[in-house]
Design a protein around this ligand. Structure first.
Ligand code: PMP
Length: 443
């Protein structure tokens, strides 16, 4: 049923799902409290984030300093950076915090054009357009790219911004089983015959939408297979790289680089600046004609205030560091570090007996809790020991597939990771989520 409803997130919008939601709110934790109202289990307000990758949480009962295992700050650029921060401050003085204008009404500064050139060059496409928000990049662009008479084929676990964009486009939406190329082909085959020219098909246009790394699964997209199928059936590929751009690939250029896919085979490359670049906003990169078309027609470009200049400068500076254009090797070190940290943490968790989803090299690491009642218990016990984790549950995941979602950063030190592993292991025993036998420790 979930697959017909285009992902799990929109399930909460259906009528019967309204009852699932109500049921969910009644589920109690192991202490008999409804899980949605366990004040000591969640961190609500962050008071301060420090450079040593801790954040100070202002919690209902007290203020505590915790090791941060939940942030998307994959390369550590979101804390003060010796190259990025002074430049972002300079741009704040030069251009002010906001342009207070849409791109076409005086909201395009030299930073905006420079940013678009840098992004296009970085992701390997002829041109790019940037927006003030990653979510809006998906939800506002899809309706411009496709409409009534078009077909969107979307991975069943795509992000809510894609789901909303697809729904808002007016196109017909079909869903294929998460990251399953054979099912994508089956869905395509139901719609069109193999080799049928675009002009002789019942659809004006077909777009297949996938993500580079799935944020709730930690899985890498099976992009080479998906691209081959799309070529065979002449469908466009739309790739959301929110979690993969900057985070994976030898030079940080995302899943195409990691999996050896030619960027020319991905028609629309989308990504956000809120993860690896430690900033705000999103981008679309593609052919010059596509980007020109978007600049003339996309309401989010024509009518929304442009991305803030300090945020733009932060992204440009972060890309320069990644490419080594700052004159140091910090970028390469960060990339090596995030890979090393991710692979170390994942394998240690697996050795302890946890069920960890996702692939090697992915910094996103969901630890399965399954039972929703274990969510507040896991979160609370970690917080008690000064480790802040994000737990995710329905409607972001199916009801009985609750998980803790760890995000690893290049800025985590080995000591941070060892401390986190110690705490998670203790909490895992307490909450009962080590579903596999632990590997014996080497002497
Ligand atoms: N796409 C994906 C796959 C995401 O995970 C997210 C948010 N984490 C977005 C888009 C939206 O990005 P932003 O938070 O930058 O608005």
């Amino acid at each position: 049923k979930a697959s017909n409803l285009h992902g799990y997130a929109p399930i909460c919008l259906g009528l019967e799902d309204f009852y699932i939601r109500r049921l969910y709110l009644r589920i109690q934790d192991c202490f008999g409290r409804p899980i949605a109202s366990a004040p000591d289990a969640w961190f609500d307000v962050v008071e301060r984030i420090s450079n040593d990758y801790n954040k100070t949480l202002k919690r209902t009962t007290k203020i505590c300093r915790c090791l941060n295992l939940g942030s998307y700050n994959y390369l550590g650029f979101a804390a003060a950076d010796e190259y990025c921060t002074p430049r972002a401050i300079e741009s704040l003085k030069k251009f002010s915090p906001s342009t207070c204008s849409a791109r076409v009404d005086g909201g395009t500064t030299t930073l905006h054009t420079e940013l678009e050139e840098y992004v296009a060059n970085f992701v390997g496409k002829p041109a790019a357009i940037v927006f003030g928000m990653g979510y809006v990049t998906n939800s506002a662009i899809l309706p411009v790219l496709i409409g009534k008479g078009g077909l969107i084929i979307s991975d069943s676990l795509n992000h809510n911004s894609i789901v909303n964009g697809a729904r808002g486009s007016g196109a017909t939406v079909r869903v294929f089983l998460h990251n399953t190329p054979s099912h994508l082909e089956k869905v395509l085959r139901e719609q069109i015959a193999e080799g049928q020219p675009r002009t002789h098909r019942p659809w004006k246009k077909i777009i297949v939408v996938v993500e580079g790394i799935y944020s709730m699964e930690g899985e890498l997209c099976k992009l080479p297979e998906i691209v081959a199928i799309c070529k065979k059936y002449k469908a466009y590929v739309y790739l959301d790289e929110a979690h993969s751009i900057g985070a994976v690939g030898k030079t940080g250029r995302g899943v195409c680089e990691l999996l050896g896919v030619d960027t020319a085979d991905v028609d629309i490359m989308m990504g956000t600046f809120t993860k690896s670049f430690g900033s705000c906003g999103g981008y679309i990169a593609g052919s010059k004609e596509l980007i020109q078309y978007l600049k003339y027609t996309c309401p989010a470009h024509l009518y929304a205030t442009s991305i803030s200049p300090p945020s733009a400068q932060q992204i440009i500076s972060a890309i320069k560091v990644i490419l080594g254009e700052d004159g140091s090797s910090r970028g390469a070190q960060k990339l090596a570090r995030i890979r090393e940290n991710s692979n170390f943490f994942r394998s240690e968790l697996q050795k302890m007996g946890f069920e960890v989803l996702g692939d090697n090299d992915s910094p996103v690491m969901p630890i399965m809790l399954y039972n929703p009642a274990k969510i507040p218990a896991f979160s609370r016990e970690c917080l008690k020991q000064n480790v802040a984790v994000v737990t995710v549950a329905f409607p972001a995941t199916p009801l009985l597939l609750a998980r803790a979602r760890i995000c690893i950063s290049a800025a985590h030190t080995r000591e941070d990771l060892l401390k986190a592993l110690e705490v998670i292991s203790r909490v895992g025993d307490l909450v009962g989520i080590k579903y596999f036998p632990a590997e014996p420790k080497k002497q």
